[in-house]
Design a protein around this ligand. Sequence first.
Ligand code: NDP
Length: 449
Amino acid sequence: MNEYLKKVLNNTKNKNMYETEYLQAVEEVLTSIEPVVASHPEFERIALLERLIEPERIITFRVPYVRDNGKTEVHRGYRVQYNSLIGPYKGGLRFHPSVNQSIIKFLGFEQIFKNALTGLPIGGGKGGSDFDPKGKSDGEIMRFCQSFMTELQRHIGADIDVPAGDIGVGEREIGYLFGQYKRIRDVYEGGVLTGKGLSYGGSLVRKEATGFGLIYFMKEMLENNNQTLKGKTVTISGAGNVAIYACQKALEYGANVVAMSDSKGCVYDENGIDLELIKQIKEVERGRISEYLRKHPQAKYIECKGEDSPIWEIKTDIALPCATQNEVTLNSAKKLVANGVIAVGEGANMPCMKEATEYFINNKVLLAPAKAANAGGVAISAVEMSQNSMRYYLSFEEVDKKLGEIMTNIFNTCKNAAEEYNLGNNYSAAANIAAFKKLSNAMISQGIV
Ligand code: NDP
C-alpha cells in the first residue's frame, strides 16, 4: 500500500480503535483507491483523505419515551452529518438495538460514495437509535419517533440534512417523524424527510426503489457478462423493504426466488416463494417469517444458529444479501461458491465480510457492490426531494423509468472505471474509484474546508 494511504489508515485505526464496522468500511475504500491516490502526490499536502474520512459533525442525543406500562425508557439518538460536498447531508435513520456510533459512521461513510455515484446533488449522512421497534405498540412507536424528532429537528432541513428510512424505519415511522417536525417548526417543509406516505408528499416508486434498483443493476451486470435473470434460481436474505421489492422485480424478470429470511431463520420453498404471503406477514402483520409454513407446509424453515446464516447453504445461481452488515461470512461465501453461485448482489450495506468479498472476486463471482447496487433508494429519495420543490408529482412509470436510467448509468460508471484501471470484473473497487474521483475533484474545487 502507498505510504500516504498507510499513514491515513493507521491514524484512523488509532483514533477509532473500537469502531470495527467503521474501520472495515474505511479500509475497504482506502485499499481500492490506491491507483488514484498514487498518481496524485499532492493529496497528502492538502490532507485530502484525512478530510474525507473525518465526519463534518456527529450529533448524539437523549431520547426518552414512556412505554404503555407507564415506565420510561431512555435511548441514544445519532446523526452523523458526514459530508456536504455535493449536496445536503442525505441518508437514512436506523432503529435497531445493535445501533452504535461505529455502525452509524460506517453507514454514513458509505453513503458519501453511494450518493456521489447517483449523479444527483446529495451529500452523505446517517442516523438512528438503539431503539428496538419490534414488539412495540403503535402508540409506543409514535411517542418514540416524536421524542427522537424533538431533538433531531434542530439539525435538519430541506437544504441542510434530509433523513429517510433504513432498518426499522419505514413509512409509518417517517410519518410520525414528519408530523412532529411540522408541529415544532410550524412549517410545511416536504423535502425535509424522504420515504413519506403518498398522501403527504411521498414519491411513487420510493418504497420499491432500493429493491428494484438492485435488480436493474444486476440485470445490467449479467447482460454485460452474457447472462440473464430469466430462469435463474435466486436466494434473498431479509424480508424487509429491500428484500421484498428485489424479490418482486426478480420474479418479473423470470427468476425463481426459492428462499428468504429474517433475523431468526429462513424459509426455503422449492416451488418458488409466495411473495404476497411474505408481504402479508412482514408488511401487514409485522410477524416472523416462520409463519410462511402456515400456508405452505411443504416449505422448509431453517433456524439461524451461530454466525453463518443457513440461507447461504442453499444452492443458488444468484444470492442477494438484503438484511444487514457482515451477514455473509467467509464460510458462507465458500458454500455459495461450492454450490455454483454466479452472481452476488448487495442489497444491504456492507453485507459481505472483507474475506467473503475477496473470496467472491478471486473465484470470478460477479459481485454487485452495495454502494452502487443499492443506490436506487437514495436516488429516488433525491427525486422525491425534487418533486417536493416543484410541488408537482411524477407518475409511477416516470419515476420507474428514471430509476432504470440511474441504475444503468451507475453500472456504466463502474464498468468504465473497471476498464480504465484494469480491474476486470471487480466492480467493488471500480465503484469506490469512480465515486472517489468525483469527490476529490469537488474537494479540490472547494478549498480547505
Ligand atoms: P427492514 O427493516 O425493512 O428489513 C430488514 C430485514 O433484515 C428484516 O427482514 C430483518 O429481520 C433482517 N435483519 C435486520 N437485522 C438483522 C440482523 N442483525 N441479522 C439478520 N437479519 C437482520 O430494512 P431495509 O430492508 O430497509 O434494509 C435492509 C438493508 O438494506 C440494510 O443494510 C440497509 O442499510 C440497506 N439499505 C436500505 C435502503 C432502503 O431504502 N430501505 C437503501 C439502501 C440500503 P427481522 O424482521 O427479524 O428484524
